[in-house]
Every structure is written in structure tokens, then in C-alpha cells.
Write a protein that binds this ligand. Sequence first.
Ligand code: SF4
Ligand code: SF4
Length: 109
Amino acid sequence: MKKNDYMKKIYPNVQARDILEVFCFEQFSGEYFDLSQTPIVRIPFSYQQSLPKGGYQVLEGCIGCHICYEVCSQKCIDITQIPVKIIQKHCLHCAKCAEICPKQVIVKI
Ligand code: SF4
Ligand code: SF4
């Protein structure tokens, strides 16, 4: 409390001041989930940091077989293009697509 002299002005009652603990976040990250929607919505966020890594992406070499799409419970793989593209905001990071891809071109980010 000695370092936070201004607290005396805001909280003149000493006992009230004692319950205060001053802190600050240097960095944090998290993810917002909305499981009530189909497919689910997954949005990462962070403060003074790059977005948390995670998830999967499709590299060159995809043959457009769509097996990944068939096993994806979220159907969050855009199969209108080759290589197909994972729609990150709906992805569950379950790795089913990566495990089954015959070309092994789905990799962890
Ligand atoms: S399973 Fe692999 S090769 Fe087939 S469409 Fe998906 S990413 Fe492409
Ligand atoms: S990791 Fe799971 S949810 Fe995400 S695209 Fe692959 S199969 Fe779909």
C-alpha cells in the first residue's frame, strides 16, 4: 500500500484499503467458445501477445479427395479449393482430418 499512495484518497478508510491488491496483466490469452451454434464458434484472443498457436492447416500436396471433410464433425473444411482450407473459427483441433489424410498434408500449426 505504501507504493499506492493515491489509494488513500480514493479509499480514506484504512480497512477498506487493505482489501485492495493492485495488479496488472502483462499478457494473457484465451479462447471464446460458443457451443450453442452448429458448427461451434471458436475465437482466440490475446493481449500484447501474438494469438495462441494451435489448430491445423493444409499444405500444398492436397489432392482434393475430401476424406478430411467426411471425418470432420464440424464440416469446417472449405472443399471448394485445392488445397482445401480449414476454417479456423469453427475448428475443434481434434486432429481427425490430419490423422486420416492420405497425403499427410494436414499439419499442426
Ligand atoms: S484428406 Fe488430405 S489430400 Fe484429401 S482433401 Fe483433405 S487435405 Fe486434401
Ligand atoms: S481438426 Fe477436427 S474440427 Fe478441425 S478441421 Fe480437422 S477434423 Fe475438423
